[in-house]
Design a binder for this molecule. Sequence first.
Ligand code: AMP
Ligand code: MN
Ligand code: MN
Length: 359
Amino acid sequence: MELLELVEDRSSGYGERLRRDKQGGGYKMTASTFDEIGRVLREHQHFAILGHVRPDGDALGSQLALALSLQQLGKDVRVWNEDGMLEKYSFLPRAELLTKPPATAIDVDVAIALDTAIQNRLGTALAAVGSAKIWVNIDHHSSNPGYGDLVIVDVSAPATGEIIFRLIRNQGLPLDHDIAENLYAAISTDTGSFQYPKTSARTFEIATELVRAGGLNVGKISQQLYENYPRRRLELLRELLRTMRFSEGGRVASFSLTLRTAADLGVLPEDNEGLIDHLRAVRGVIVAVFFEELADGKARVSMRSKDEAVDVCAICQKFGGGGHTLAAGARIRGNLVEVEERVLKEVGDKLEVYQRPSS
Ligand code: AMP
Ligand code: MN
Ligand code: MN
């Protein structure tokens, strides 16, 4: 219990603090309280829980965790993602609950978007909600404009899973082994195994609480998350490294994937998640960029920064995308080579005004 109080002070709920920050000026996000969201969860029956297209562990784990908790309250819950459950996350407890959205729209009482910076990144899952009395938006992306009726966008959270955990604890919602494992997977993946800068004491406290409450086997979960890739992922990495280039005096590293190479290797979209980390891990590299040719005449850009002074979310927003300061993305119309040039020019311009701290 002591630990719980550390994690969530019930007397001044997290949402309240956000609201105060907002009123005090400067805090750019709209905010609802956990109490407001908890009330909506208790008072309604039919829910749809949605996450962003090309989902990651945070989106899928958060969706499943909240769905399982609501199911235990006797609620009717649909869990939709445009891409359905990914092969690599199919080990998540009760993964079968998460499906592709139905072709015919369904009316629900409450639709909840998780980990989704802009509403249209819900893709076909958005269209599958015929009507909803209330839209809830729970996320941690700095580019989230705060769409929806009830909104918690906490940019200090390293994962949406962390916010879901705090909501569950603050509102006394059910938390069992399956819910804990989904939340642990969400937090582990979005923090890069508890490495990225937003990983805080609170993150470790929550992880402790999840491991304890769920009786989790951390080694086994980590093996399923990080040591269970299909061989083609490494073959993909080999091809990507052939296209690797460095610019701006070694401060920018990039590689790219053509549709042709993807087809030759038989890779799935999910296979490239995390490969960009190899570029970022090089000494001297500040910005890593991954370009992927898409079938719809666009290219997908993934960007990572090692320095808060170089905000890749701002760069991606220029191209209609978004994300976080240190990890962002966009989908840009144009052929691969053209998009590479435009984006690398923009990154170069940003780095020009950026002063490395004198060492
Ligand atoms: P990724 O490079 O795909 O792992 O994405 C990095 C971060 O940026 C994630 O948090 C994404 O949700 C976000 N992001 C990626 N692509 C987009 C996009 N087209 N629009 C808004 N946010 C994005
Ligand atoms: Mn995500
Ligand atoms: Mn996330």
